[in-house]
Write a protein that binds this ligand. Structure first.
Ligand code: PXP
Length: 243
């Protein structure tokens, strides 16, 4: 299999910054450090309550990073307008509940089909690639394709928490690939569980944040990004050597 890309999610650099309401640690600086240490892209989620990333972070990330910005956002008119203005390379549409600690499940593309389809079309008309963050389920994959998305990101939270086996993700990878979708994955991935996900056939990109930021407390942010990148690469190389 070919190289699997690493998108580094820098939301929790902003969480630490916002704890004191000041200017550091700066998520844009973190993005540049991540890129210098092997990140293939930068992911940031502008939540409706602005609890970590803020509007000006998104604009500065777009202007200052050298790779590409994956802007995670809810399917709301406000966010769609902002994305059309900023024009990131990618938008990842995610579900959002204000009271949740993190994105707890995938987007219900079937249940909100018209809204997701019209946001996808609007964003794609601006030249933005659209990815839908969904649970690894056949009906959600089919609806994502029907909504016009080129890419999906499989929610790996259930796998990471041991509630679902890797075969659920493997099945979804097969279905999605057959539908012609580009297949990404993320949520809850860490050094211990990333290898099995990285080596699923046709995996394109993994988006990882929390485990890298937590690990950075002990070894530094740049080394934590490089370590995750090396873990992905060595798992992929080992699987290529297997008969
Ligand atoms: N991908 C998406 C769509 C997410 O919402 C998140 C969490 O914000 C991640 C990836 C990264 O998850 P984690 O921080 O658990 O690595």
């Amino acid at each position: 299999m070919s190289r699997v890309l690493l998108g580094v999610n820098i939301d929790h650099i902003a969480t630490v910054r916002n704890a004191r309401g000041g200017r550091f640690p700066c998520p844009v600086e973190a993005a540049l450090v991540a890129e210098a240490n092997g990140a293939d892209g930068i992911t940031a989620h502008l939540r409706e309550d602005r609890r970590h990333i803020r509007d000006d972070d998104i604009r500065r990330l777009k202007a200052e990073i050298g790779t590409r910005l994956n802007f995670e956002m809810a399917v709301t008119d406000e966010m769609v307008e902002l994305a059309c203005d900023v024009k990131p390379a990618y938008v990842c549409l995610v579900p959002e509940k204000r009271e949740e600690l993190t994105t707890e499940g995938g987007l219900d593309v079937i249940g909100q089909f018209d809204r997701v389809k019209s946001a996808t079309q609007r964003l794609m008309a601006e030249g933005i690639e659209v990815s839908l963050f969904i649970d690894p389920q056949t009906d959600q994959l089919t609806a994502s394709r029907d909504a016009g998305a080129s890419t999906v990101e499989l929610h790996t939270g259930s796998y990471a928490e041991g509630r679902e086996g890797i075969e659920v993700l493997a099945d979804a990878m097969r279905v999605g690939t057959n539908l012609g979708l580009v297949m990404n994955a993320g949520h809850g991935l860490d050094l211990g569980n990333v290898g099995a996900v990285a080596t699923l056939p046709a995996m394109h990109e993994l988006n990882i944040g929390y485990a890298i930021v937590a690990r950075a407390l002990w070894i530094g942010f740049g080394p934590a990004v490089a370590e995750m990148k090396a873990a992905i690469e060595s798992a992929v190389q080992a699987s290529n050597l297997r008969p």
